[in-house]
Design a protein around this ligand. Structure first.
Ligand code: GRF
Length: 215
């Protein structure tokens, strides 16, 4: 049976789209059970509505404080009973209630090669630092900011003349392959989200993309 996933977004949803397309093409054995956002205007919500996938908006401002928002988010996500929670451009830090509700079952895609350049502007920080290689990381979400165990990474060159947007666009093309690949790996059992996570099968055809963390 396909792995039910909840996808959390804040913006465009190009990574959500990549997951949906991979599922539709038979490359990702998952089912998007729900799409949730902290922003009612997140463009990506449309992608879900078009496909009649349930959507929910859980806005921070609707709650007294971050803790109450985090608890409400955990409750709403849990109501869809997902086997995996995917942060795909979700621009809020999830809190202890989310992490307790889905221990080692929340993954995030970040536009830099962690542990370098965590935070909100990975591509801009990479350009500013003058690195020649950057990329994207899919990692398990823990209590820190972009600090959880690394599951997979893929690299791109930083070219002379790149600004943050040019680099981010190049990184996103890889994210759109890496993130569905990791979701499929979890769905198929090739990647076990134990603590610590464990790859059972080394990535095959996707080996140039899916660099599993060393065991
Ligand atoms: C991605 O680059 C992701 O790495 C970062 O936010 C961006 C979201 O893009 N966390 P999109 O909404 O999936 O297009």
């Amino acid at each position: 049976m396909s792995l039910p996933i909840a996808v959390l977004i804040s913006g465009t949803g190009s990574n959500l789209k990549a997951i949906l397309q991979a599922i539709e093409a038979g490359r990702c054995d998952a089912r998007v059970a729900a799409v949730l956002s902290d922003r009612s205007k997140a463009k990506g919500l449309e992608l879900a509505r078009e496909r009649r996938i349930p959507t929910e908006v859980v806005r921070l401002k609707a709650y007294e404080d971050r803790g109450a928002w985090d608890a409400a988010l955990a409750e709403r996500v849990a109501s869809f009973d997902p086997g995996l929670v995917v942060l795909a451009g979700f621009m809020k830090i999830v809190g202890p209630a989310m992490i307790a509700a889905f221990p080692s079952r929340i993954v995030n895609v970040h536009p830099a090669l962690l542990p370098s350049f965590p935070g909100t502007d990975g591509p801009g920080d990479a350009v500013a630092a003058g690195v020649r290689v950057s990329g994207c990381t899919v990692h398990v979400v823990d209590a820190g900011v972009d600090t959880g165990p690394i599951l997979a990474q893929a690299a791109v060159p930083v070219l002379p003349g790149d600004d943050r947007d040019a680099l981010h666009a190049r990184i996103q093309r890889l994210e759109h392959r890496l993130l569905p690949g990791v979701v499929h790996a979890v769905a198929s059992g090739a990647l076990e989200l134990s603590d610590p996570p464990r790859w059972r099968d080394a990535p095959g055809a996707d080996a140039e993309l899916l660099y599993p963390a060393p065991q």
